[in-house]
Design a protein around this ligand. Structure first.
Ligand SMILES: [Cu+2]
Length: 561
C-alpha cells in the first residue's frame, strides 16, 4: 500500500495544496499572500475538484445546496468566493469574524442551513421555521461568537433533514482562537497532523452509496450504514507525520453511536495495539485540561477534539468498538410521513419510511447500532529524523468544572442569584406518536418552553427504561453537564469524572446522549449576547439528533424572552 518515496512525497505535497487556502498556512509563507491575490490565482472552476478545501469565512459569498445524482440522490454543498468555487468546503473562522452569505437552494426539496452549535439569533438559526423553497435563496448573516472548536452546518427543514444530511449535505466550520493556537504550538503539531473530519456512516449497494430508503422500522429506530464517508470521501487514508496528531471529529451519521478507540496496525506483524489518546475538547471547545482515555462514546452531532502520538511507519485506524446499544424497543413499524413531505419527491426514486419494504436492518449485521465499524484510516510517514516529543500541557483553557463551580464561563449569572429552577423533561415512546418529549407530539407553532433571558435553569432529562439512546440537541444556548444517574454498564464503566459523568461531559456541549433509564442534569443559561440581532423573543429548538427521530418530530420549541 505504501508509495515509493518520491510518489509519497508528491502525494503529500498534493494533499497539502488545499490547505494553501487557509490563513494559518498563508501566515507561514513569505511573502504573505493576500486573500485578493489568492482569489486571482485561483481562477473560477479550477478548484472544483478540491473537496475539503478550507475557506476563510471572510471570503465566502455563497453556499449552494445541490443534487449531483438523481439516481442515488447524492448532494453536496458548494462554496463560492468572488473568484472560486469549492465543493464540500471546510469553513474556517476566528472568533469575532462575520459570516455574510447567500444560501442558494438548488435541491428539488425545501432546505435550510443550520450552523450547529453556534450562538445565533433565531432569525439566522436555520431551524426550519422558514424553509427555503427549491430554487430560492436566503441571506445568512452573523458574528462568530463561539469559543474555538469544531462546529458544523447541515440542513434543518423539518421532515427532510435525515434524507438531506445522509445525501451528503454536511459541512464543517472550524473556529480558532489563541487557546487553540497555543495547543498546536505546545505540541508542535505539523499542518498535516491536524485534521478535521466529518464522518458519516453510509450504506453501499452494488459498489455505490445506496439511496436513503429506510423502512418504517428504520424510520423509528434510525438509518445506519456499514461504511464511512470522511468529508465526503469513501474510506480515505489520511497521511500524517510522526509525532502528535490532533483530530477534530464530528459524528455526522444519522443514528449510529460510536464507541471510539484507536488501533495501531504495525507494518509486518499486523498486530492491533490499542493507542491511548487524550481528549482535548468537546462540542463547544477546549476542556480545562486534557483527559487520558482509551475509548469514548460519540453520538450523532457530537464532536471530539483529541491528540495521540503517531509512531513512524505505522497505520492507525479510528474504529467504533462493538458495544451494547441498549436499544430496548420492541418497535412497532408504522408508516410515518412528515406533513411537509407532501408534494416533494425523495431525492432518489425510492420509498422513504415504507411499510415492510426494503432490506431489514437485521439482514446485515454491520448495519446495526453498536456494531464494529472502521471510521478512519491514518498512515504515518517514516521518520525523517528524530524530533523530541513535546509534553502535553497541563492546562489548555480557562473553563471550570460546571459541577463543582457555579461561577463558570458558560454561566454568567453571579453567585448571589437565586438557585436555578429545575425543569423536568421526560423522553418516551408512544405507539401512535413515536418518540415524544413530555408525552406531547410536536407542532411547529407550539408555545413550547419559555425561559427568561439571563436566568439559569437545571434541566433534568429522564429517558424511559424501554427506549433507545437519544442524542439531545439544544439550539441557541450551549450547556454544561452536571450529573448522570441510572447509566447502563458500558457507559457507566466510562463514568470516571465525578457525579456519574464521562469525559465528554466536562466540556461545553450542545448535544448530549441520554441512555435508556438514565437521568442527565444540565446547567442551562438563558443569557444571550447584548446585541440588536438578539432583541426580542428568540425561538430555538430542543430535539433528538437521531435524524429519523428529529424528522418524526421528537422536538420542542424553546423560547428565550
Ligand atoms: Cu432520539
Amino acid at each position: 500500500m505504501r508509495d515509493p518515496p518520491q510518489q509519497g512525497a508528491r502525494r503529500r505535497l498534493l494533499a497539502s495544496l488545499p490547505a494553501l487556502l487557509t490563513r494559518s498556512v498563508l501566515a507561514r509563507l513569505a511573502p504573505v499572500i493576500s486573500l485578493g491575490e489568492l482569489a486571482a490565482c485561483a481562477a473560477p472552476r479550477t478548484l472544483s475538484t478540491g473537496a475539503g478545501v478550507q475557506v476563510p469565512v471572510s471570503a465566502l459569498r455563497r453556499l449552494i445546496a445541490e443534487r449531483t445524482d438523481p439516481v442515488t440522490g447524492r448532494c453536496r454543498y458548494v462554496a463560492e468566493t468572488d473568484r472560486a468555487r469549492i465543493e464540500r468546503p471546510i469553513l474556517l473562522a476566528r472568533a469575532g469574524e462575520s459570516i455574510d452569505l447567500q444560501v442558494i437552494n438548488r435541491l428539488p426539496q425545501p432546505t435550510t442551513i443550520h450552523f450547529h452549535g453556534m450562538t445565533l439569533p433565531a432569525a439566522q438559526d436555520g431551524a426550519g421555521f422558514e424553509p427555503i423553497a427549491p430554487g430560492a435563496s436566503a441571506r445568512l448573516q452573523f458574528v462568530v461568537r463561539n469559543r474555538s472548536g469544531l462546529y458544523w452546518f447541515h440542513p434543518h427543514a423539518h421532515g427532510f433533514t435525515a434524507e438531506q444530511v445522509y445525501a451528503g449535505l454536511v459541512g464543517l466550520l472550524i473556529v480558532r482562537d489563541d487557546d487553540d493556537a497555543e495547543v498546536d504550538r505546545a505540541l508542535a503539531i505539523a499542518p498535516s497532523n491536524r485534521q478535521a473530519c466529518a464522518i458519516s456512516d453510509v450504506r453501499i449497494s452494488n459498489g455505490v452509496i445506496a439511496p436513503y430508503a429506510p423502512t418504517a422500522e428504520e424510520c423509528a429506530s434510525g438509518w445506519i450504514g456499514e461504511r464511512t464517508l470522511v468529508n465526503g470521501t469513501l474510506d480515505p487514508v489520511l497521511d500524517v507525520a510522526p509525532g502528535w496528531v490532533r483530530l477534530q471529529l464530528l459524528n455526522a451519521g444519522n443514528a449510529r453511536g460510536w464507541l471510539l478507540g484507536l488501533r495501531e496496525i504495525e507494518g509486518e506483524r499486523r498486530d492491533q495495539l490499542e493507542i491511548p489518546f487524550h481528549l482535548l475538547g468537546t462540542d463547544g471547545g477546549l476542556l480545562p485540561a486534557p483527559v487520558a482515555l482509551d475509548r469514548v462514546f460519540v453520538h450523532p452531532a457530537e464532536r471530539i477534539d483529541l491528540v495521540f502520538v503517531a509512531r513512524a511507519g505505522t497505520r492507525v485506524s479510528a474504529v467504533s468498538l462493538p458495544f451494547e446499544p441498549r436499544n430496548q424497543m420492541a418497535l412497532m413499524p408504522r408508516a410515518m410521513a412528515h406533513p411537509a413531505r407532501a408534494g416533494h419527491a425523495p431525492l432518489a426514486a425510492v420509498a422513504v419510511c415504507a411499510e415492510n419494504e426494503g432490506e431489514s436492518g437485521a439482514v446485515n449485521a454491520a448495519r446495526r447500532d453498536g456494531g464494529a465499524i472502521t471510521l478512519l484510516a491514518i498512515q504515518v510517514a517514516a521518520d525523517y529524523g528524530a524530533a523530541a516529543l513535546p509534553p502535553l500541557p497541563g492546562r489548555i483553557s480557562g473553563l471550570s468544572d460546571a459541577a463543582s463551580n457555579a461561577s463558570d464561563p458558560a454561566s454568567s449569572s453571579s453567585s448571589t442569584s437565586p438557585p436555578p429552577r429545575t425543569r423536568r423533561i421526560r423522553l418516551d415512546f408512544d405507539p401512535d406518536a413515536g418518540f415524544v418529549i413530555d408525552q406531547q407530539a410536536y407542532t411547529m407553532n407550539e408555545t413550547g418552553w419559555v425561559l427568561a433571558r439571563s436566568v439559569r435553569e437545571i434541566w433534568e432529562i429522564k429517558n424511559s427504561p424501554i427506549s433507545m439512546p437519544h442524542p439531545m440537541h439544544l439550539h441557541g444556548l450551549a450547556f454544561r453537564v452536571l450529573r448522570r444517574q441510572g447509566t447502563f454498564g458500558p457507559a457507566r464503566a466510562l463514568a470516571t469524572c465525578g457525579a456519574g459523568r464521562v469525559a465528554t461531559d466536562l466540556g461545553v456541549k450542545d448535544t448530549v446522549v441520554v441512555w435508556p433509564n438514565e437521568t442527565v442534569w444540565l446547567a442551562i443559561d438563558g443569557s444571550l449576547p447584548a446585541d440588536a440581532a438578539f432583541a426580542g423573543a428568540q425561538r430555538y429548538l430542543f430535539h433528538c439528533h437521531n435524524l429519523e427521530h428529529e424528522d418524526a418530530m421528537m422536538m420542542r420549541n424553546v423560547v428565550v424572552t
